[in-house]
Design a protein around this ligand. Structure first.
Ligand code: ADP
Length: 190
């Protein structure tokens, strides 16, 4: 199984790349942001709870997110592998993912991190906000808060996977195809 953690700050291009990579490598793509947005749209209990955090640019609590991720993985017993997009975002989530995959006799193959400068991220997210309908993309202070949360809580996961020799940084600036090619080079070494 190939289990990729697609990593990087908000706006780095994880979702865009995941769409191409899932076809190319026949992987199941799980985006925690997409699952939350689906639940918000359908006004489920999970959605109402998640919205209260997401609209402020904060993380949804670990317990809620971990349970949701476990359920998404369980929905795909036939998967050849997964692309985790937006998960893990905290050390507790990384531990939970390791535990889940170990229980299935597999593991995280690699963390592929898209590297993009902060000012480019803010520009991309404001641009996306014009058409995405995402409240968290429309407001520059919410965007800056998401980037700050990334550095405070999420960026340490680089060390977590680096210590296991599983961290691969990829330049996230360029055309979509160029970036897919850079990521593919990493996947092909696994
Ligand atoms: P981004 O474009 O900021 O990377 P996502 O679409 O992945 O955003 O997620 C949107 C929001 O959903 C995040 O800002 C956060 O509030 C919440 N969220 C997504 N994934 C997680 C997670 N693993 N843990 C906690 N909250 C999450």
């Amino acid at each position: 199984m190939i289990n990729l953690v697609l990593f990087g700050p908000p706006g780095a291009g994880k979702g865009t790349q995941a769409e191409f990579l899932k076809e190319k490598y026949e992987l199941v793509h799980i985006s925690t942001g997409d699952v939350f947005r689906f639940n918000i749209k359908n006004a489920t209990e999970l959605g109402v709870l998640a919205k209260s955090f997401i609209d402020k640019g904060q993380l949804v609590p670990d317990e809620v997110t971990i349970n949701m991720l476990n359920a998404e993985v369980e929905k795909n017993p036939e998967a050849k592998g997964f692309i985790f997009d937006g998960f893990p975002r905290t050390s507790a989530q990384a531990d939970a993912l390791a535990e889940l995959l170990t229980s299935k006799g597999t593991d995280v193959s690699a963390m592929v991190a898209l590297e993009v400068e902060d000012e480019v991220l803010v520009k991309r997210l404001l641009e996306r906000g014009k058409t995405s309908g995402r409240a968290d993309d429309a407001d520059e202070s919410v965007i800056r808060n998401r980037i700050a949360v990334y550095y405070k809580e999420t960026a340490i996961l680089k060390d977590y996977y680096q210590a296991k020799d599983k961290y691969f940084g990829v330049d996230g600036v360029g055309s979509i195809e160029e970036i897919t090619e850079r990521i593919s080079k990493v996947i092909n070494t696994l």
